[in-house]
Write a protein that binds this ligand. Structure first.
Ligand SMILES: [Zn+2]
Length: 102
């Protein structure tokens, strides 16, 4: 029992999007490393990524379901460089390739 990490991404906006999705559903969440980025303008190391945590680990499966089910919000994998991109983006953030159809 306790808090559990549900989502992390180097893009803080995606983490905040996930947070609001879960909050709307009534799931208690909090952020870690929310302000870890931005000082240098460079990519932060993984451990400094903003993290979205559930206050209760029993919410985990429901939260994962919500994040997966959000219509058209599934991440997509870039065919060019293999990077995982948020659904909000039509181009790979890393190499600028366009999103594959479907
Ligand atoms: Zn790419």
């Amino acid at each position: 029992m306790g808090a559990v990490l549900i989502f992390t991404h180097e893009n803080r906006l995606l983490v905040e999007l996930a947070r609001s999705k879960l909050e709307v559903a009534g799931i208690a969440v909090f952020l870690k490393n929310e302000y870890a980025q931005g000082a240098t303008g460079e990519l932060a190391p993984h451990q400094a990524w903003p993290e979205l945590w559930l206050e209760r680990d029993r919410d985990y499966e429901r939260a994962m379901q919500l994040l997966r089910d959000a219509e058209g919000q599934a991440d997509w994998i870039c065919r060019h460089c293999g990077e995982s991109n948020g659904a909000a983006f039509d181009y790979c953030w890393q190499c600028d390739s366009s999103r594959p159809p479907g």
